[in-house]
Design a protein around this ligand. Sequence first.
Ligand code: TPP
Length: 828
Amino acid sequence: MAEVAPGAAAISSESAERRERIFDRFRRWGYLAARLDPLGFLRPASPAELDDTTPWSSEARAIYCGTIGAEFMHIADPQRREWIAARMERSPGAKPDQQRILERLIRAELFEQTLQARFVGTKRYSLEGLAVLIPLLDHIVGTGAASGIDQMVLAMSHRGRLNVMVHIVGRPPAEIFADFEDVDPRSVLGGGDVKYHVGATGDYRTTTGHAVEVHLVSNPSHLEAVDPVSMGRARAKQARVGRQGWQRVLPVTLHGDAAFAGQGIWAETLNMDDLSAYTVGGTIHIIVNNLLGFTTPPVELHSSSFASDLAKRQSIPIFHVNGEDPDTVVRVGEMAADYRAQFSSDVVIDLIGFRRHGHSEVDDPTITQPRLYARIKDHPPLWQIYAGQNGFDAASTVTQVRGEFDESFAIASRATEKPVHHQLPSYWERYERGCYDPKYEVNTDADAARLTEIATALTRYPDGFAIHPKVKRLLEQRLEMGRGSRPVDYGMAEALAFGTLLLEGIPVRLTGQDTRRGTFNQRHAALIDTQTEGEYVPLEHLASSQARCEICNSPLSEASVLGFEYGYSRDYPEALVAWEAQFGDFANGAQVIIDQFISAAEDKWDLPSGVVLLLPHGYEGQGPEHSSARIERFLQLAAEDNLQVCQPSTAAQYFHLLRRQALRSWRKPLVVFTPKSMLRRPESASALADFAEMRFLNVVPEREIQDVRRMLICTGKIGHELRAERKRRGDTGTAVVFLDQLYPFPEAELSAELARHAKARELVWVQEEPANMGALFYVLPRIRELAGDVPLRSIKRSASASPATGSARAHELEQKTLLTLAFTTSEN
Ligand SMILES: Cc1ncc(C[n+]2csc(CCOP(=O)(O)OP(=O)(O)O)c2C)c(N)n1
């Protein structure tokens, strides 16, 4: 290692080697023997490798087996290992500002005690037992700010959240106390969220006078679900700053020990940390480790020695630190912030302490941990220990802080309005949320000459680029599409939508598994040189003034990737931000993100998003897991205009839908059921004129049949199959109408279509999905409302526990039956 310890200057090379050998063992295994648990329940191990009594070993032991347990020898890069060893082994410099640490400890503890005294029997998820988190965060922000950080994106769950809102985000304590008063319930009937989930924004002023904007991300109860959301938000904020964004925006994520070890979404998120499409230049992770998960002790929570062991899969350091050694804790915080600034890497701080009360304050922990809690009962607050150890008289600070909190309480008890803890950044000013209004509609057409120009750019590649023969053919066809001499298919429609938006200055970001090529070989966003495997992305070469285009392959995860893109959309409303599922079925791996954020964020937290979900959907005989994107789930979530649920039936409809999403000022999540087999079917291709002249039609009317006696209403692929069946039968009286938008329900458009075919004597909803799935439950009552006295029935597969059959031939039989039934009148 580069630096030697104090007193090691004049040693022979033999003894230098011996010292290195001994130190190396302690660098590798010392953390196992470190004194990390303030209450002593977590017993240090005595690894045989450290069984040495030479003077070198006692020096190394003091460094590596004290109150920091540094795990870093698994890091592949020797420069990084050396950096940490040097930092650990250098002589301790000046003491930290102990008065400031003491004051923060006092504030953190008294804040909790005030809540305890004033709001007896209310849950607050106290930080007591780990109050040192506040000075730790203080030092992380301070160190970060000194190296250029001016924004921090902070994510955390319930534990200590209110404390952090006051002492790090900078919300006035009176505001938090007012939350406990629960004033103005009428303002949140059916909405809002509990006080320890809502987000907050504020400014933190460091000791050196730097201002850091702090964004505490709103999160649901679902532990760790916020991790990728926070990361996506940080990435978007960094993108707004520019190339060096990671040096200005610092992500800090706090975890509980049980959740860190147990939640899969966190494992997914950690895996994204060094991927170019997702990296945020490192996140500082703090495990607020109270060695308990609700009632469960560590031996029942993780198979590993430490809750943090999952992080060892990555080449990142983990610093375990005893939460009752504040000077060391803040030193670790500084080291973590400096390490990130130096190597743009994640860092984990495993901050070990205890939980003074039950899981919440209404929970009795002595039932499950009687010995531990007998011990905790007599354990003084940390500020008392710290003041005693360092000879401080804390009495006047205690009196002053107590007085401040009393005053805040008095202010809060006079509050009449529910406090708002956050403010949307200014880039949200020109966007609308709330309910849909037709005034938000915009033109989405694009000039035909412009489309041809874009098609030309999209099908061009550099001289000497060895293009794959299949891709060459595709590009030739796309050029014909762009010139109007061949119908435009979905793949090209999407490229044209992206291309037009990019030229209009709207950034496009689309990620998903195998998204660059496209699961169905339909996208080819990146052309690959067959000789060199070099890449060329035509959408990045449209014009020098175009906006940024990112179409990226994601890791094989759903929850974290969708969470990330949702987060990105939260801080980049100007961009079209989309996630694509490989097959729509896999979106249920991200159900928590869909339920807790995409569907409910505006209702709970008043936070908008325009994220897009592309979910391949359709019954094509590919089995139970490659058929259904679960339309029913999204429609069940739909209320208060919280979402848009659409299934464009043609390429031009898809083009207009994507453009509408980006160009309207109304920002709402958009769920798009996208085609698979229909991608290349002529029925869904569109004339170039449809791109140049139309808008997205929520209802695609019947144009071929004039004398309509029956009307089949449907969405998606089945509509094309119905039209084909009609042709086969020579039927001239059955209309097929597509609902390309399901939610918000296109009532006016459907009414108009029904009125146009007033002679229809029967309405039939036709869907491919089983009776207990698809849009059936949702559309029937709505169509019935509009149908007057015209009878309405439905054709669907029988109710089923799984979405589709595993047999391709059974599928064909079922599909044929559906079509036959659809053309069988109820009188037959
Ligand atoms: C995904 C999920 N499962 C279960 C719960 C219920 N729950 C809330 S807190 C908690 C214990 C969390 O323990 P830990 O992560 O160590 O954090 P602590 O509360 O100890 O700070 C549990 C199981 C939850 N909120 N989220």
